[in-house]
Design a protein around this ligand. Structure first.
Ligand code: NAP
Length: 306
């Protein structure tokens, strides 16, 4: 059995695609729901719609693998609520975007086999009971703790039973950094400008700050040992290539702000600000983007709540 913690968009995508009968959601410790399963409609990448019914993991049941698909800011608390129920050698794969939450989980449970994943699969919920597989791509998985290393090939094989393309990556931090660069250079701009990815490129906010942002990213990558492809001009090219190839897409940060949900800014540009403080590197653009997105998001949440 593969158990999934976090029955949101990404969790429901894996639950829909992994073999039926081999997957269950982990209930919250305070879950009072009497239903034994969670049902929703699933729109596959081809557009076909089917109904999926995923059981809640029964008390005492021991999964062979745990996927954690909560938002970065919820992950440590979500894990802390349930992890003691599970065998200490059950591998856990973290699917969060950005950086910071993966290291926090690995530091809190250093003896458990903790792995991290980076995925270009895309899933969203236009309605509460409809999960749309919006884009397909690749997923990479790699170890965050020593004891995770010998689980790598087994967990990749288990995830591959979904039919999605999954690769092992012994240097998953390097891959998470590559995605962090792209997210840091696209997501906050789309949230602040309330526009799809491609439209940031012509804006004065982007034009006026992107070179300084890329210099900050390059300096942080160099200082933290991620030297590959870290010249500022190369980073800008990488950011703009993705902004153009996903020009019509709405980033998760823009979607979160619009829906009054907490963004992952503290695990993207905010992570870079904190790393800069640790390393003695100035990060004024990352700081400005973090502060402005945080402010915008809290205004939006007040409006949604009130
Ligand atoms: N969606 C994608 O296409 C995609 C792609 C790549 C990476 N990611 C990353 O994957 C992570 C999840 O993204 P998402 O889009 O799936 O977010 P999401 O739709 O908000 O799902 C997160 C789920 O976690 C649940 N949760 C929160 N705290 C919990 C707890 N203590 N115990 C159990 N469940 C808890 C939430 O429940 P409530 O709603 O009740 O709070 C929600 O259902 C993010 O870091 C995201 O950046 C997502």
């Amino acid at each position: 059995m593969i158990a999934i913690l976090g029955a949101g968009s990404l969790g429901r995508l894996w639950a829909a695609l992994l073999p039926a009968g081999r997957v269950a959601f982990i209930p919250r410790p305070d879950n009072k729901a009497s239903a034994s399963s969670l049902a929703y409609r699933f729109q596959s990448i081809s557009g076909a719609i089917s109904t999926v019914r995923v059981p809640w993991l029964a008390v005492g049941e021991q999964p062979e693998l745990i996927l954690t698909t909560t938002k970065a800011g919820d992950t440590t608390e979500a894990m802390a609520g349930v992890i003691d129920r599970f065998s200490s050698d059950t591998p856990v794969i973290l699917f969060q975007n950005g950086l910071g939450s993966q290291q926090a989980v690995a530091a809190r449970w250093p003896d458990r086999p903790i792995l991290a994943a980076s995925t270009t699969e895309g899933a969203n919920r236009p309605e509460p009971k409809l999960l749309v597989h919006a884009g397909t791509g690749h997923s990479w998985v790699g170890p965050m703790t020593d004891s995770a290393c010998h689980h790598l090939n087994t967990v990749v094989a288990l995830l591959s039973t979904s039919g999605l393309t999954v690769h092992p990556d012994a240097n998953i931090l390097q891959r998470l950094w590559q995605k962090l660069v792209i997210n840091a250079g696209i997501n906050p701009y789309t949230a602040l400008l309330d526009c799809p990815n491609g439209e940031i490129l012509a804006s004065s906010l982007y034009q006026d700050t992107i070179d300084d942002l890329c210099r900050e990213l390059a300096e942080l990558m160099q200082a933290s040992g991620h030297h590959e492809e870290s010249a500022p001009a190369t980073l800008r090219q990488q950011i703009e290539k993705v902004a153009r190839s996903t020009a019509k897409n709405t980033s998760s940060m823009r979607a979160d702000v619009r829906q009054g949900r907490t963004t992952e800014i503290h695990y993207i540009n905010g992570y870079l600000v904190n790393l800069g403080k640790e390393l003695g590197i100035e990060t004024p653009v990352n700081q400005m983007l973090t502060e402005r997105v945080t402010l915008l998001s809290s205004h939006q949440q007040e409006q949604t709540d009130g």
